[in-house]
Write a protein that binds this ligand. Structure first.
Ligand code: ADP
Ligand code: MG
Length: 362
C-alpha cells in the first residue's frame, strides 16, 4: 500500500471547496505579503489606497483571460499562465513608459477548480509579482463556469511625458526590440501537437513571454523615443494602430524584420511562412517605437535599453503601413531563400496594406 502522506497546505494546493471565498482571499493575502510604499492600504479593506509622495501621472491597464478563449490548460501550465497574465499587463504599462506600482486580480473560478492548479496559478502569479516589483493589492473572487481572469495594473510615470501612440512624425525611424514570430510559431506547434525536441524556445515564447519591461521607461527617461506601442496583436496591426493614431504612414522593411532564432527553418518544415508569423502572428510582447532620425544608432540604443533592438522602417506623410524589402536580405539567419513575392502573397490583407491611403486594419 502506498504510504499515506500528509501534505502541508503549500504542497496539497488551494482547495476552494475547503477554503471558500474568504479562505482563498486570506491565502492570497498571506502569500502576497504587505506591499510597501506607495501603498497605504492593500488587500483586506474595501479598496486599496495609493499614497504617492511626489507628482506623477498614473497609467492604468486591464486584460481579461478566459479559459477556452485565451488559454487552455491542455497547452499551458497554470504556473506559466499566472505569470503571463501579469506580464501582458506590464507590457502595456511599459509601452507607455510607466513603471509598475501594483495590480488587482479579478478571479472567477469553477467550484471544482483543482487545488494543485489553483496553487500553481497563484505561485506563478505572485512569483512574477515579486520579480517585477508589482505587488497584488486587491481584487475580487467569484464563482464562474470556467477560469475567468482579469488583471488591472497601475503604473507611474513623469507627468505629461508618456510614450503615446499618436506622436510619430514623418522622417522618424521605426524600431523594434527583441525578435518576432517565435510566440506565434509556439502556439501553432502546441495547437497541432507537433512540438519537437528543438522547439522549447518557441513554446516558451508563447507560454512565458518576457517583455522588455524596462525599455519603455528607459526610452522615456532618456528622451529617446517619440511614440511607442507594445507588439501584442502582430507587428503589422500594431504599427497600423500607431500610424492611424499619429496620422502618418509607416514604411516597414521586410528585409530587416528580426525573426526569432530558428523561425525560418522550423516554419519552413511546417509549411508556415516565417514572414507572416513575424508580421501577423501576435503575442510577441516586444516594444515598437519611433525615434528621431538623428538619434542614437542600433548599438547605442541596445546598450541603453539593455535589449536587442533593430531599425525596421521609417515614418512618412500619408496613412497606413507600406511594406518594402530593401533591408539586409531577410532576418538574422543565413540561407534565407523566400523572396518578397511569395512572402507578401501569403500575408492576409497585404494588398490592402500596400494601397496608399488604405487603412491598416487587416
Ligand atoms: P467587497 O465585498 O467589499 O468587494 P471582498 O470580500 O470582495 O470585498 O474583498 C475583501 C478584500 O479582499 C478586498 O480588499 C479585496 O481587494 C481583496 N480581494 C478579494 N479578492 C481578491 C483577489 N482575487 N486578489 C486579491 N485581493 C482580493
Ligand atoms: Mg468583492
Amino acid at each position: 500500500m502506498a504510504p499515506c502522506l500528509e501534505y502541508p497546505a503549500e504542497v496539497a494546493g488551494l482547495d476552494l471547496r475547503e477554503l471558500g471565498e474568504f479562505g482563498l482571499i486570506g491565502a492570497l493575502r498571506r502569500r502576497a505579503g504587505r506591499p510597501g510604499h506607495p501603498w497605504r492600504v492593500a488587500i483586506g479593506d474595501d479598496a486599496a489606497i495609493l499614497g504617492l509622495r511626489s507628482r506623477a501621472d498614473l497609467s492604468l491597464t486591464t486584460d481579461a483571460l478566459i479559459e477556452g478563449v485565451h488559454f487552455r490548460f491542455e497547452t499551458t501550465s497554470a504556473r506559466a499562465l499566472g505569470a503571463k497574465a501579469l506580464r501582458v499587463n506590464l507590457s502595456d504599462l511599459g509601452a507607455m513608459g510607466a513603471r509598475p506600482l501594483g495590480f488587482l486580480l479579478s478571479l472567477g473560478l469553477p467550484a471544482d477548480a483543482a487545488p494543485e492548479t489553483l496553487l500553481d496559478f497563484v505561485s506563478g502569479l505572485l512569483r512574477c509579482a515579486r520579480q517585477t516589483g508589482c505587488p497584488l493589492v486587491g481584487g475580487d473572487t467569484v464563482a464562474a463556469p470556467v477560469w475567468t481572469l482579469g488583471i488591472t495594473a497601475v503604473g507611474a510615470l513623469p507627468p505629461g511625458r508618456a510614450l503615446r501612440r499618436d506622436a510619430a512624425r514623418p522622417g522618424q525611424r521605426v524600431w523594434v526590440t527583441g525578435s518576432l514570430g517565435g510566440a506565434a510559431l509556439g502556439l501553432r506547434l502546441l495547437e497541432s501537437g507537433a512540438v519537437g525536441p528543438g522547439d522549447a524556445g518557441f513554446v516558451r515564447r508563447q507560454c512565458s513571454p518576457d517583455p522588455p519591461l524596462q525599455a519603455g521607461p528607459k526610452l522615456l527617461r532618456g528622451g529617446l523615443a517619440t511614440a511607442a506601442i507594445d507588439v501584442s496583436d502582430g507587428l503589422l496591426q500594431d504599427l497600423g494602430h500607431l500610424a492611424r493614431e499619429s496620422g502618418v504612414a509607416v514604411e516597414l522593411d521586410l528585409g530587416r524584420l528580426p525573426l526569432a532564432r530558428g523561425l525560418r527553418r522550423r516554419a519552413g518544415e511546417l509549411g508556415l511562412d516565417p514572414i507572416e508569423l513575424a508580421l501577423s502572428g501576435g503575442e510577441d510582447y516586444e516594444l515598437a517605437f519611433t525615434a528621431p532620425a538623428r538619434g542614437p544608432g542600433a548599438a547605442a540604443l541596445a546598450r541603453r535599453l539593455a535589449c536587442p533592438v533593430r531599425e525596421i522602417g521609417r515614418i512618412h506623410a500619408g496613412r497606413g503601413v507600406r511594406l518594402v524589402e530593401a533591408g539586409r536580405g531577410g532576418g538574422r539567419e543565413p540561407g534565407a531563400s523566400d523572396r518578397s513575392d511569395r512572402a507578401r502573397a501569403a500575408i492576409p490583407g497585404w494588398n490592402h496594406f500596400k494601397t496608399s491611403g488604405g487603412r491598416s486594419e487587416a
